[in-house]
Ligand binder design. Structure first.
Ligand code: 26M
Length: 819
């Protein structure tokens, strides 16, 4: 297959129209005149993917030929966002396709709007995986992303009387034009049963696993196109289906109903994404999901990707399995099982190989988020894996003893097996022992990981811990989401910045250029108008003209402190209502929230209810003269992010210092010209260092101060008692101002703040309000504000996920670019 030059696809408008109509007629089976928007969208998607096909096949062929070292990214989540726009950008076909569709009387925007995004992730971790595979393709690094093809992704959020109600996300219902199922390449994955020892033909004592049940893992391949570079990597997501063998056994026994039930049972495994992202519930189905995709991926790699005669001791020279948090860590004993039980390697040889093949990324600092599996459950579902974990642990603790003597406290602290409150496997410890490297996701996070979460391991394994600060793909989050800004940048500094984002530095001098600033402001204003149009159509709400857009979008968590944002809104409200401040003297602000709560997280759902209640009171109080407005569009997702972030003036990054591992939304806002109000947490620290203190609104306690306050005994009510404005804000909630006089509607939130406040919102309240008052003052000087916003863009090139990938390559993977 000949490859056409990348920059000029072999496509004319007429040629495209022919292909498109052929897809519509022969693929969809409809005439243009009779076609629905969905028919047209599906035909367009299939047409566009054809243009990527030759490059995809060529990428795979070359990879087979060169056998270059590659990355297998193991992630239970990929929050991809819509595919069409990205595929058009990658192939540089956007204009041709828009013209061709116009000739058919179709507006490309209508077809883009038809796509349902694959929401196969919860938030930051899943979106990070999507950014990483985009960057690797763009940098021509061999990578295969492995994950799960959930039939239902993250739930669709609606509000009923201001409360969150979850709806299933049927993202496949209207067709899935981007996926390629390969039922012929299915892998078998087994569960349950027992192990037994036997003597092999050489007289050696060996173990085998006799599983009780099996499912099939069917791969669904997705294209991951590099940005206009002719490379297309693969994302392989597994779907579970019943095995024929298993079914037949039951069918033959005449129990038809049981056979159908078993089919349903097997298909359950990839049915739905778990919507919890902070407190793992230890559910059996979740462990099944984890083992399911990991076992299928390892088998796929060893059997289908590697050549048949491959010398397995060379495996670390050929592949690195990157573990996206602990969710895929069961891959460690799985690889050991395959190497020892199936390939017949000696334990020590297998362990050397395994240690060289894994690296682990940690994404949290919250102790309750660290995944553990009870020995009871693990032993029942994966008996052989439990034995392997025990042996890994024994040998590891033996090494610890050799080094530190019989320091029993240390041994207990470091054991992969916890004894309390029940016997369980600490997955982060297993990953740390097995991984060649362990990384945190921002400088501060990696430091705290070394010092606070895994200090014993850091001492035991010098050099194993490292940092790779997160990043985001500028293709999706700047070029696609913000075409106006992208055009202005290209006009000013030329092309090339999209794949070399540090070149945004060349924008710095333009911050002093009055005409450039005016154009920059006009881009922001146009983005606000676009957001207004989207929200009007989507939710029937309007974004007021001339308002500062103050945005907090992220999962709802107490540590992220959406309540602090609410207290600020109430404070502004009270100042006007009390007559202290004339409405006319308020800086007009529209506050936008976007946040899903885990369905079982009561406090998070109560906070959502409170935000909506405050919103409806504030929005309907005429004393404010329309100068404050609160909008909470339901179902925040990647698609909405692409519209909200480019319109924002102010980015809210207000987690308690030491709790947000990195944040990635913070990077998206800065690169789209919003200023940040933020604590000294996660990647905020690095953003502030780069953009400069004068272009960032820092507030709140530093991490060591947080620790000190907690050690001294934190009493939230003392802040309530001593700060009248805070007291007035909380009293307003408690006295029913936002609940039609109902004094108990928000008891849980108020009670929690006053009595517990685990994340010290009240302690940071005064500093937050002070910083917000500075924001108002700064916004009054639009020239200065714009200057700072431009410098945020110019100095945030570091946060490209291309740079993150270079760091992984240099510090962890050691994979050279293939071609
Ligand atoms: C675990 C077990 C069972 C079910 C679900 C989970 C689970 C799923 C997602 C746990 C955590 C999940 O995501 C955590 C997450 O998104 N962490 C965020 O990762 C980002 C990328 O590194 C960081 O920027 C954020 O700071 C961090 O909160």
């Amino acid at each position: 297959l000949a490859l056409a030059p990348v920059s000029s696809p072999p496509v004319s408008v007429d040629g495209f129209v022919r292909e498109f109509l052929r897809e519509l007629n022969f693929g969809q089976g409809v005439a243009l005149s009779a076609s629905t928007v969905n028919d047209q969208y599906l035909a367009l998607a299939r047409t566009v993917r054809h243009y990527l096909m030759a490059r995809w096949l060529e990428t795979m062929r070359r990879q087979k030929e060169t056998q270059a070292k590659g990355v297998a990214y193991l992630s239970a989540e990929y929050l991809l966002g819509r595919q069409l726009g990205n595929a058009l950008l990658a192939t540089d076909l956007t204009d041709i396709v828009a013209d061709g569709l116009a000739q058919c009387g179709i507006d490309i925007a209508d077809l883009r709007a038809q796509e349902v995004e694959p929401g196969l992730g919860n938030g930051g971790l899943g979106r990070l995986a999507a950014c990483f595979v985009d960057s690797l393709a763009t940098m021509s690094v061999p990578c295969i992303g492995y994950g799960i093809r959930y039939e239902f992704g993250i739930f669709r959020q609606t509000f009923v009387d201001g409360r969150q109600v979850e709806q299933p996300d049927s993202w496949l219902a209207l067709g899935a034009p981007w996926e390629f199922p390969h039922p012929d390449s299915a892998q078998e994955v087994s569960f349950g049963g027992h192990t037994e020892t036997y003597t092999d033909s050489d007289g050696a004592e060996r173990t085998r696993w006799v599983p009780a049940w099996t499912v099939q893992a069917v791969p669904y391949n997705y294209m991951v196109p590099g940005y206009q570079n002719g490379r297309v990597n693969t994302l392989r997501l597994w779907r579970s289906v019943a095995t024929e063998r298993f079914d037949l056994r039951i069918f033959n026994s005449g129990d038809y109903e049981e056979a159908v039930r078993s089919q349903t049972f097997a298909e359950n495994i990839s049915k739905v994404l778990y919507p919890e992202d902070s407190t793992p519930q230890g559910k059996e189905l979740r462990l099944q999901q984890q083992y399911f995709f990991v076992a299928a991926s390892i088998a796929d790699f060893l059997e289908d990707v590697l050549p048949e005669d491959f010398d397995l001791t060379k495996l670390p020279e050929r592949i690195i399995f990157q573990l996206n948090d602990t969710h895929p860590v069961i891959a460690v004993p799985e690889l050991m099982r395959v190497l020892v039980d199936e390939k017949g390697l000696a334990w020590d040889t297998a362990w050397e190989i395994t240690k060289g093949c894994f690296a682990y990324t940690c994404h949290t600092l919250l102790p309750e988020a660290l995944e553990v599996w009870s020995v009871e459950l693990l032993g029942r579902l994966l008996p052989r894996h439990l034995e392997i974990i025990y042996r890994i642990n024994e040998e590891f603790l033996e090494e610890v003893r050799e080094r530190f003597g019989d320091d029993e406290l240390r041994i207990r602290r470091m054991s992969i097996i916890a004894e309390h409150p029940e016997r369980s496997v600490r997955m982060a410890y297993l990953a740390t022992v097995a991984g060649s490297k362990v990384n945190g996701v921002a400088e501060l996070h990696s430091q705290l990981l070394r010092d606070k979460v895994l200090p014993d391991f850091n001492e035991f394994y010098p050099g194993k811990f490292t940092n790779v600060t997160n990043g985001i793909t500028p293709r999706r989050f700047v070029r696609l989401a913000n075409p106006g800004l992208s055009e202005l940048i290209t006009e000013s500094i030329g092309v090339g910045w999209l794949t070399d984002l540090e070149r945004l530095r060349e924008l710095e001098p333009f911050a002093a250029d009055e005409e450039f600033r005016a154009r920059f402001r006009e881009v922001k204003a146009a983005n606000k108008r676009r957001l207004h149009a989207v929200l009007t159509e989507r939710d029937g709400v309007s974004v007021s003209d001339g308002h500062m857009l103050d945005v907090m979008v992220k999962r709802l968590h107490e540590y992220k402190r959406q309540t602090l944002k609410v207290l600020h809104i109430i404070t502004q409200y009270n100042r006007v209502v009390s007559g202290e401040v004339a409405a006319a003297d308020l800086t007009p602000r529209t506050f936008i929230f976007g946040a899903k709560a885990a369905p079982g997280y009561k406090m998070a759902k109560d906070i959502i209810h409170l935000i909506n209640a405050v919103g409806s009171t504030v929005n309907n109080d005429e004393r404010l003269e329309g100068r404050l407005k609160v909008i909470f569009p339901p179902n925040y997702n990647v698609t909405l992010a692409e519209k909200v972030i480019p319109a924002a003036d102010l980015s809210e990054q207000i987690s308690l210092a030491g709790k947000e591992a990195s944040g990635t939304g913070n990077m998206k806002f800065a690169l789209n010209g919003a200023l940040t109000i933020g604590t000294d947490d996660g990647a905020n620290v690095e953003i502030r260092q780069l953009v400069g203190d004068e272009n960032f609104f820092l507030f709140g306690m530093l991490e060591p101060e947080v620790e000190a306050l907690q050690a001294a005994g934190y009493v939230p009510s003392s802040y309530y008692e001593s700060n009248p404005e805070l007291r007035r804000a909380i009293d307003a909630i408690a006295s029913g101002v936002f609940s039609g006089g109902d004094r108990h509607m928000f008891d849980s939130v108020v009670g929690n703040l006053l009595q517990e406040d685990r994340f010290l919102a009240l302690a940071d309240y005064a500093a937050y309000i002070e910083a917000q008052d500075k924001v108002d003052a700064a916004y009054a000087d639009q020239e200065e504000w714009t200057r700072a916003a431009i410098l945020n863009v110019a100095r945030s090139g570091f946060f490209s996920s291309d740079r993150s990938m270079r760091d992984y390559i240099d510090r962890i993977w050691h994979t050279p670019p293939a071609f």
